[in-house]
Ligand binder design. Structure first.
Ligand SMILES: O=C(COP(=O)(O)O)[C@@H](O)[C@H](O)[C@H](O)COP(=O)(O)O
Ligand SMILES: [Mg+2]
Ligand SMILES: [Mg+2]
Length: 354
């Protein structure tokens, strides 16, 4: 018995007290101003997650929550009402917060500036407000992806050129998965941790600490509908898994959901380039780089197929990269098929020139 409580009660209380903001301070081992800012920043992201989760929960009962807006975004994709709502939620929670100077999102051609925050909070939030939008109208899992970067320079011309740096510049990254429960996963460079939203408390409570991706897992996750648009090397890999025992295909149509499975259970997610889109579909700054940061923090890997995602320097805000992410052995296996085909192509070229 501890202070009048039974051990089980004390353990449950301890668990319920490990909120996200407390965890961030514990991770940074500081109560200094920077740690307080990052803790508050994560708390605002969590608030955005709660607001989006609440709307998703009731969306089917609301007049104007589901469906398309009739507009296309900077990527040329049809925008859904939930994309707009979630994009605006992130902006609202950071207005007058003193925490974030700029927000850059999939849904906005240019960053959204909050100059009144800049003297204090020189951070930029990069985010994909709703990932897996095609799932929204059919009540399947979707997510939000985020990364935090420190602003370098004053960005006086509002070109956001300082954001065009590699993924090692991220100081935190994570996602919120809106599934049967709402789960927030984040890393600040000290491992990967998951928090589950307890609706009765309205708080994200620590549910898995120091998550490690198994070195190999059974899942391969890819849209095989693109089979004939891929390079031969990707088809080689898919044929390999078809011919070997122990693999299962899992693909939910939302990167966050598919990555979450792989983070917890191992395996590999691929979104390779296609003939139509050689760089693939996924955007670096607010999709592939944040998830790569998490994968590496959890002992896994993330690659374009030929280069670590975290080394890729984007040439523009909405730049895309191919993605191979997950268990280290499985990512290496995909890379080996790619390098094999490259060697063959180089040998053929050399032979034709000799
Ligand atoms: O890029 C994604 C969606 O992002 P978005 O909803 O546009 O933020 C991914 O979640 C993909 O939608 C997902 O991997 C499925 O892609 P497809 O196989 O349908 O192309
Ligand atoms: Mg997305
Ligand atoms: Mg999106």
């Amino acid at each position: 018995m501890v202070n009048g409580y039974q051990p089980a009660q004390a353990a449950a209380l301890d668990r319920d007290c490990m909120t996200l903001s407390r965890h961030v301070l514990q991770q940074l081992q500081s109560f200094g101003p920077e740690a307080q800012d990052l803790s508050a920043l994560m708390n605002r992201i969590a608030l955005a997650g709660k607001l989006i989760a609440r709307r998703l929960t009731h969306a089917g009962l609301m007049e104007d929550a589901l469906g398309f807006t009739g507009r296309t975004n900077v990527q040329g994709e049809d925008v859904k009402r939930m994309d707009v709502f979630a994009n605006d939620v992130f902006i609202s929670v950071f207005k007058q917060s003193g925490l974030v100077c700029r927000l850059a999102s999939e849904e906005m051609e240019k960053p959204y500036y909050i100059p009144e925050n800049c003297p204090v909070g020189r951070y930029t939030l990069l985010y994909d407000p709703i990932d897996g939008s095609s799932n929204v109208d059919i009540n399947l899992n979707v997510g939000s992806i985020f990364a935090i970067r420190q602003q370098t320079g004053d960005d006086v011309d509002q070109s956001a050129a300082d954001l065009l740096q590699d993924g090692h510049e991220q100081i935190a990254a994570g996602y919120i998965l809106y599934g049967p429960s709402t789960v927030l996963v984040y890393s600040m460079g000290y491992g990967v941790h998951a928090f589950t939203l307890d609706p009765s408390l309205g708080e994200f409570i620590l549910s898995s600490e120091n998550i490690r991706i198994p070195e190999h897992g059974p899942t391969y996750s890819v849209n095989e509908g693109n089979f004939w648009q891929w390079e031969d090397s990707i088809r080689d890999f898919i044929r390999y898994v078809h011919r070997h025992d122990g693999y299962s295909a899992r693909y939910s149509g939302a990167l966050v959901g598919d990555f979450h499975r792989i983070l917890m259970q191992g395996g590999v997610f691929l979104y390779p380039g296609t003939v139509k889109k050689p760089e693939g579909k996924l955007r670096l700054l607010y999709e592939t780089a944040p998830l790569a940061y998490l994968a590496e923090q959890a002992g896994g890997r993330a690659s374009t197929g030929t280069q670590p995602i975290l080394q890729v320097v984007p040439d523009k805000l909405h730049a895309r990269t191919p993605l191979v992410i997950g268990s280290s052995d499985d990512v290496a296996l995909v890379e080996s098929f790619i390098s094999e085909r490259q060697r063959e192509a180089e040998a053929e070229l050399a032979a034709s020139q000799s």
